[in-house]
Write a protein of this length. Structure first.
Length: 73
């Protein structure tokens, strides 16, 4: 009921919450990839090969998308 009386644009709020989610996901994914590829952390279950390349490619794509979402224009 309070939101109905506020001058609040829910679409803009959804957009900015998605931007914040994308920006905060980049460092989390970076740390996860570093840990997943580390033999010291994961032991014999460390990620390697095509799965490692795919993870780093996804991390790079997410970082590019986050930068693109934050650039005005």
């Amino acid at each position: 009921m309070v939101i109905a009386f506020m001058h609040f644009d829910p679409i803009r709020a959804l957009y900015w919450s998605a931007v914040i989610n994308g920006v905060t996901a980049v460092p989390i994914m970076l740390i996860m990839m570093l840990m997943a590829c580390s033999r010291r952390v994961m032991g014999e279950f460390a990620v390697k090969g095509i799965l490692s390349w795919g993870g780093w490619l996804a991390t790079l794509a997410l970082a590019i998308a986050a930068v693109g979402a934050c650039v005005p224009g």
